[in-house]
Design a protein around this ligand. Structure first.
Ligand SMILES: Nc1ncnc2c1ncn2[C@@H]1O[C@H](COP(=O)(O)OP(=O)(O)OP(=O)(O)O)[C@@H](O)[C@H]1O
Ligand SMILES: [Mg+2]
Length: 290
């Protein structure tokens, strides 16, 4: 996709702030590289999330990224913390922690000390603003992580195009770019949420729709001319049955939506095609309809 250098890039953080109060979010702490050790009270908090939820996630919060770039996860075992990352960053993180390649397990006797080491190592290997987030407790679907992607479009007004489930290819990350696939929400919800599947589907869409309004206002104000920002997504997943925010971003994959809707939602596919036809008619130089 094309983005215009003349317009300000909105960070994921700006979009996340815009949806404050509209959706449940996992607790998080923002980190900026300053060459200093992370404050002990912050380390205590991160340690308590690891103990309560079993996992924490590290994510960049600068310009909107996608495809799991810069993402990492730490999982707590009895005397070990395991590190996972879909991209090469794991290699840097392991090196920073002086761990052997292919064995990303940090042994510890003092859990707080280990958490301090990991948080600071992540900061050191990225040197960029990032956030550390408590893990959502999402029940696995066929052994894999998943989330519902709700796609919205800014045409004359705000429009919901459709929703589908992104299923990752492992238990850690629901990132389709790394080899996952897309599914019908009802199918995944029935398998993972049992009797509350239908309630959850309706509820999560209502929440996504209420988040879409402030995101729409922000995007209109800041990057109205950028075709890239006409499509945005609100990704939600359950945290103990509460629909919770995984990510809000603009410019999610158009091809991904077409691929998903092509398989199971003809109406959503029509809406998606119409939306992009609308753009193409107004500005054929900036978007090529496939
Ligand atoms: N707090 C969390 N709890 C549980 N899982 C999480 C959490 N944060 C992220 N994940 C998992 O990691 C995946 C990637 O995170 P996120 O969507 O924020 O990153 P991304 O770089 O934008 O990736 P992509 O653009 O491919 O979605 C999510 O799809 C989700 O499966
Ligand atoms: Mg994502």
């Amino acid at each position: 996709m094309i983005s215009s250098p003349s317009e300000p890039r909105l960070a994921k953080k700006d979009l996340e702030i815009a949806v404050d109060g509209f959706v449940n979010k996992p607790p998080s702490i923002d980190m900026v590289y300053d060459g200093l050790k992370t404050a002990p009270e912050q380390i205590c908090k991160v340690n308590s999330w690891l103990n309560e939820r079993g996992a924490i996630y590290f994510k960049p919060i600068g310009a909107v990224t996608c495809g799991g770039f810069g993402l990492a996860k730490a999982i707590k075992h009895t005397n070990q913390i395991e590190l996972c990352a879909p991209s090469l960053e794991l290699h840097d993180l392991c090196r920073e922690l002086e761990l052997k390649e292919g064995e990303p397990f940090l042994e510890f006797t003092d859990s707080l000390h280990a958490v301090q080491k990991i948080v600071d190592a992540y900061k050191n290997c990225r040197y960029l603003p990032a956030t550390v987030q408590a893990g959502l407790r999402i029940p696995l679907y066929e052994g894999c992580a998943w989330e519902i992607r709700n796609i919205f479009f800014m045409g004359e007004g705000l429009q919901w195009l459709g929703s589908y489930v992104k299923v990752g290819d492992d238990e850690h990350f629901a990132t389709v770019e790394q080899g996952g696939h897309r599914e019908l929400p009802q199918k995944v919800l029935e398998a993972t949420m049992g009797g509350i599947a239908q309630w959850y589907e309706v509820e999560q869409l209502a929440i996504a729709a209420s988040c879409a309004n402030p995101v729409y206002s922000l995007l209109r104000e800041r990057c109205d001319r950028d075709i890239h920002t006409r499509l945005f997504s609100i990704d939600l997943a359950p945290d103990e049955d509460v629909p919770s925010l995984v990510e809000v971003q603009y410019g999610p994959s158009y091809e991904g939506a077409v691929d998903a809707f092509n398989h199971f939602d003809a109406e959503a596919l029509d809406r998606t095609r119409d939306a992009f036809q609308w753009v193409a008619e107004r500005d054929p130089t900036r978007f090529e309809l496939r």
